[in-house]
Structures are given as structure tokens and as C-alpha cells.
Design a protein around this ligand. Sequence first.
Ligand code: UD1
Ligand code: CA
Length: 493
Amino acid sequence: MTTRPAAVIILAAGEGKRMKSAVPKVLHPIAGRSLVGHVIEAAAHLEPEHVVVVVGHGRDLVVEHLAEVAPWVMPVVQEQQRGTGDAVRVAMEALTARGAQLAGPIVVLTGDTPLLTGDTLAGMLAEHDAACTVLTARVVDPSGYGRVVRTDVDVQAIVEERDATDAQRSIDEINSGMYAFDAALLAENLARLGTDNSQGEEYLTDVIGLLTGAGHRVRAHIAPDPDDIRGVNDRVQLAEAAELMRDRINVRWMRDGVTMADPSSTWIDVDVEIEPDVTLLPQTILRGPTAISTGARVGPGTTLVSCEVGADAEVIHTWAELAVIGEGAQVGPFTYLRPGAQLGDGAKAGAYVEIKNSTVGNGAKVPHLSYVGDAQIGEGSNIGAATVFVNYDGQDKHRTVVGRDVRIGSDSMLVAPVEIGDGAYTAAGSVITEDVPPGAMAVGRAKQRNIEGWVERKRADSASARSARAAREADGPSDRVPLADSTDSFREE
Ligand code: UD1
Ligand code: CA
């Protein structure tokens, strides 16, 4: 049974210098969620009364982000980064100022530990029965972290690496920077913090020594998986955390019945939903709230951003964003579906096809080399190869409506606004600028004429002329080059 915390305080005011980024560290995303967003998610698992995020560097961006992803958290500004102890005090003062009743423990977390899970926090709280419980981990390389100095079972103090003795540096149990505190004892001892250390900062970790010095007990809860408390301080650690997160997410989906041909090249955001018996082929990236229904096959080489894929659909070598792909639909290879592309059940968007803001009806097909923009294509229609929906007149976009069971000839230009009636045809190579009534054949191109003998007269010494002559001689007795006529100058000279 887990005690519900009175408040969770997430420290996120630091600059994150080592990221070398214009973006505040805690806003860098992995698996489609910011670092601080992952921590908030873990905190929410505890159902705390209040969640405070202490912000400082890049505060405007962080506050804006919090309002978007977790409007229920309370951002509190720490004007100057005077240390983790000062940051927690600022948060406690803000809670008190808002009249928060701090009945129950205070949990302190850092904003840059995205692999933290709600279960790990619940484990710490379930054991919490002291003035403070420190979340710790045993690691092979403790360098950079505060070390946990124990009496026998209890924690006596936490010593920062910079301030540690050689003997203390050899301790392999590290402070995660996450704790559960008794609220009253925390407030009381924050007031007693000094800055007598190598950084001249108020260390939250010194509260531990103050508590034990006054005879209070401090316990440690060792994180079951040391990865849970990994912090991200630079881009290398960001990539490592992303990889660990990817593996966790993939293992979960595989256990839920999703086949992955190559989990190491499959990247799935936290908000994706996948039904059992979906197959993901190598180099598939599923971002945002993408949802994939059972039996669908996605990849290889496919990125879907906020898309819906229907049951048994197949999506190969495709980039799609905010697109809906119907049941049993076929997409790709090399297809680009832009926002508002909606393919009906059994529809097809084939190779080198780009579709945006358009519906393609059930069973309708756009098989090859086409652009479809701002259009509605009825059920069962077929759009011939290399057709362009000419939606832009240089200033405004216009819509095209294609009815049911229409056959658009290859290389048609459908100049919007234009409407093609049910069952109509367009001749290949047509430029269609006027509406076509149902069942009509629209021909919108120049009539073909052949200028006999043109090549032999105008390109006399060319390979083409020699082949033409050979073909003419093989064909019949006449060896005369046909006479020139007035059409000779057609398009030439
Ligand atoms: C801290 C701990 C260390 C622990 C480590 C785990 C202290 C003194 N040390 O060290 O024992 O092993 O975390 O990662 O607490 N922050 C503020 N305001 C401040 C200072 C920091 O909000 O004035 C925030 C930072 O943004 C960061 C967190 O607090 O998210 C930790 O601060 P940081 O300076 O990174 O502490 P560490 O040196 O890593
Ligand atoms: Ca840190």
C-alpha cells in the first residue's frame, strides 16, 4: 500500500549547460515526450495532491510547455539557482502561500530523469517510514553523483563528489537526487541550510546530515533498475536514455502481441496505440498519437506521425502525417501522405504519390506518380498514372470533386475547381478545366498529326534518319523521301 504524497516537487531550474542548446534541457524530447513530461507522468502515478515544477533557466518556454502538456502542475520560479536546497524551499514556500495542507510526505524529483517509473516511486513510498527516504542505486561507475554514507542500515549523510574524501568516493551507492521527506521536518531543516561547500550552494543533500544529526532516521530505497534514475546531462546521455526508453516500449508491445522484425530500428512514441497481430518491419518510426489496427503491416522504412492505420492495411516505405489509412488499404512504396489525407477501405496510394487534404473513397486507387491535393475521389474510381490535381492557381487553393467509378486517364491535369461526374472518363493527357458530366468522355488535348518524312529531311545525317530510311526501304519499293509540306516548320527552327 502506498501513501499518497502531499506534494511532488520537480526541480527543473538548472541551465543544462552541457546540452549546449538554446532549448532548456528538460524540454528535449525522447519517445515523443519532454524529459520533464516523463517525470511528471511518473509523479502522476502517485496521485499527489500537488505537483510543483521549479523553473528558472528558459522559464518562459518551460512554463508554456507545462501549460500545454500538464496544465494541472504548478510552475514556481526560482529566480537564482542557489542550489537544490534553495529550489525546494522556493517550492515549499509557494505551496504554503497557496494554503496547501501538507498532510503526507513530500516527494522531491529532478526534471531530467526520463526513465523514472511510477512503480519505482511507489516502491520508495511504500517503504517510506522515516524522516526521509532517499532513492538510491548501486552502480559500477558512481562518478559525478553524491555518495550515500551509511551507518549500517540507515543513511547517515550524502556527500557530494566534490566534497567527498577518497574513502567516500569509493562508495558505489549513489544518490538519485530523489527523496520522500516528512513535510514538517523538511521545512524546518531547509531553513538551517548553509552554503559551506565547494560550490557555495545550498545543497538539499545537507538536509540528510541535519536530520540524522538531530537524531532522526533516514532510510534508503535502492531502485530495482538503476536505469530508472539515470539523469540526462548531455546529448550522449540523451541518446542513451532514448535507446533504453525505446527498448522498454518495444518489449511492452511485443509482449502485447506485436511482431517486430528489428526492434533496434523501431521507434515508437509513448502515445502510440497498437493492436495485437500488427507487424512492424525494420526502420519504422511511429510518432505522436498514431493508432494501428490488428493485422496491419507497417514498414520497412516508414514514418507515421499522428496517423490511423486500419486493420490489415499495408504501408511500405511511406512518410505520413495526420493521415487516415482505411482497412485493407495499400500504401507505398515511396508514398507521401500529408495532413488530411484519408484513404477509404481497400483504397490504394502507390509509388511516388503525394496526397494532402483529400479523401480517397473505398476501393479507389491512385496507383502511380500522382499529386492529389484538396480533392474528393469517389468509391471505385481509378486515377491514371501521373495525374495532377492542379489545386493552386498561384494565389488560392481550389477543390476537385471526382465521382464514383470514374476513370481518369494517365497524365490528366484536373484544374480546380472542377467536378468529374460519376462514371465519367478523361482521355490520357487531357487538361481538364471544365466540369465533366456523369458518364461522359472528356478529351482536353490537341489532335495528333504526323508529318511524314520529317526526320529524313530535317535530321538527314542522324542515326534516327538512317533507321527511318531502313524502315521505309524494308517496308516497300519506294525509295523517295516524302516531299516537304507546309507543316514541316511545326515546332521546329
Ligand atoms: C544532485 C545531488 C547529488 C545527486 C545528483 C543526482 C545535490 C547537492 N546533489 O547533484 O547528490 O547524486 O543530483 O543526479 O542536490 N536545480 C534547481 N535549482 C538549483 C539547482 C539545481 O532547480 O538552484 C535542479 C537542476 O535543474 C537539476 C536538479 O536540480 O534538475 C539537480 O541539480 P544539479 O545541479 O544537476 O545537481 P547535481 O550536481 O547533479
Ligand atoms: Ca544533475
